[in-house]
Design a protein around this ligand. Structure first.
Ligand SMILES: C[S@@+](CC[C@H](N)C(=O)[O-])C[C@H]1O[C@@H](n2cnc3c(N)ncnc32)[C@H](O)[C@@H]1O
Length: 462
């Protein structure tokens, strides 16, 4: 049967593809079905047809897969924050493991690599310690909101519709986040709506209020509020900070990041401390970490303990090793490994994260970790000794080709590669496969109800 755009078909979804969409083969053609899980019998409509694949939407679910569960969130299916709430958590873990294994085989072209079962997240809801909510002058409505008369569609503060930069839901509750965060979100929304300053337009790039970023300390149950605006206006933002500090004693830091850039990134060109402290303190294992607004910190604090334990197990330090920690963020991995190492050298591009890492060493009485601020591809040569063990924890894009070349030139005995993207993990493992053997891979779930998965691979020089 020839698949055509607009066609309606009845199918049984039999697999899941990267990105979390259901997959069905029709006459050998891969058809990706949004919002479908294996075992669903559904009537679908083809919405896009390309040479090698097609995309479809479910029009009517005829028989539900036994792996479907009722999502507790009212935004499920419309919000890009998490797209897998309708899939049983154990199934999510099974598909995540399969995805890591298949990436290593098909993209990495590596056979017979042991990929262990996924270590689950300690919490499956309320696990995130940081959320970024976007402001918009156009609110994207849920179907049930469309019929409510008088709904204000000129303001939204919330999460995006999946894959869109300009469709923002007016999110009142996010279940990935502790409850108090939702209360703060609501107060900030009301303040922004009533203020004289306009909300930002994601198409016009005009307006004042841009983002609200909230961070929560899991260990101390304290909050940081980061208000991101397009310009500096203390008369407008200071009263908001005072109101929040007065109402919520658990808020200990309020900052204002200011950015005139058009990019949809909640990071300011500069930051002003509005109230309280500039950093939030959290704990991983027995270590305290100070985190400033723009520094990277693992978003699932309890999950990070499991992730770093896996890194430590794979590093297998005995006390005598020199360790390099590439992409070191606020120094969390370096500090967690410090007691087992002779020294740890971290490299990180964000200056505030390096400053946090140095403070964090002092805070934890760690004296054998040092950090270099700069781009890894320019700074790797500044490490004077060849490390015995190299930890590599890059962002989603993986390693730059120049970095790969320098790592190979340095030739550490062992590499522990931490990745939040199975595709770039597999690509990078392939680039070094002549010199490094992958011993095993341990996926760790840091992101329940999304198809994202963190993995740790341990490699030995051949
Ligand atoms: C996935 S995070 C890992 C951070 C840290 N290892 C942790 O577990 O918290 C990646 C880090 O790489 C940093 N980074 C991104 N590109 C970089 C580059 N080219 N050179 C150095 N650091 C970079 C980011 O700022 C971020 O802190």
């Amino acid at each position: 049967m020839k698949v055509k755009k607009g066609q309606q078909l009845e199918v049984v979804v039999d697999d899941i593809a990267f990105g979390g969409r259901g997959l069905v083969k029709i006459d050998g053609l891969a058809v990706f079905v949004d919002q479908a899980v294996p075992g669903d019998r559904a009537e679908i409509r083809i919405v896009k047809k390309k040479k090698n694949f097609a995309e479809a939407r479910v029009i009517r679910l005829i028989d539900s897969s036994p792996f479907r569960v009722t999502p507790p969130c009212r935004y499920a299916g419309y919000c890009g924050g998490c797209k897998w709430q309708f899939l049983d958590y154990l199934k999510q873990l099974e598909y995540k493991q399969k995805h890591v294994a298949e990436s290593i085989e098909h993209i990495g072209l590596l056979q017979n690599i042991t990929v262990h079962e996924v270590i689950p997240s300690p919490r499956v809801f309320k696990y995130r310690n940081k959320m970024e909510f976007s402001c918009s002058d156009r609110r994207w409505l849920l179907p049930e909101e469309m019929d409510i008369e008088g709904t204000d569609i000129s303001f939204a503060l919330g999460l995006h519709v999946p894959g869109t930069y300009n469709k923002v839901l007016d999110t009142d509750t996010c279940l990935l986040f502790p409850d108090l965060g939702n209360a703060i979100l609501e107060d900030v929304r009301q303040y922004m709506k009533q203020s004289d300053r306009p909300v930002y337009g994601l198409r016009s790039h005009e307006g004042f209020w841009r983002f609200l970023m909230l961070r929560h300390s899991a260990a101390h149950d304290r909050w940081m509020v980061n208000i991101v605006t397009a310009a500096e206006d203390m008369e407008t933002v200071k009263p908001l900070a005072h109101k929040l500090m007065e109402k919520y004693p658990r808020i200990i830091s309020i900052v204002n990041n200011i950015t005139a850039r058009k990019a949809g990134i909640a990071i300011g060109e500069y930051e002003i401390l509005l109230a309280g402290e500039a950093c939030l303190k959290d704990k991983i294992n027995d270590f305290e970490f100070e985190i400033s607004a723009n520094s990277f910190f693992q978003t699932n604090t309890l999950g990070a303990e499991r992730l770093y334990q896996t890194v430590a197990d794979y590093a297998g330090l005995t006390g005598s090793e020199r360790v390099a920690d590439l992409y070191s963020g606020t120094g969390t991995i370096a500090i967690c490994l410090s007691s087992g190492a002779r020294e740890v050298m971290g490299i990180e591009i964000v200056e505030s994260a390096v400053a946090d890492a140095e403070k964090n060493c002092a805070l934890n009485n760690v004296s054998n970790c040092h950090f270099i601020s700069g781009d890894i591809k320019d700074c790797l040569s500044k490490i004077s000794h060849v490390p015995d063990v190299m930890i590599i924890d890059p962002p989603r894009v993986g390693m730059h080709k120049d970095v790969v070349r320098r790592v190979l030139d340095m030739a550490p005995r062992k590499v522990v590669y931490v990745s939040c993207n199975p595709a770039t993990l597999a690509r990078d493992l392939n680039m070094i496969k002549e010199q490094y053997k992958v011993l095993e891979v341990q996926p760790v779930d840091m992101f329940p109800h999304t198809f994202h998965i963190e993995s740790v691979a341990v490699l030995e020089r051949i």
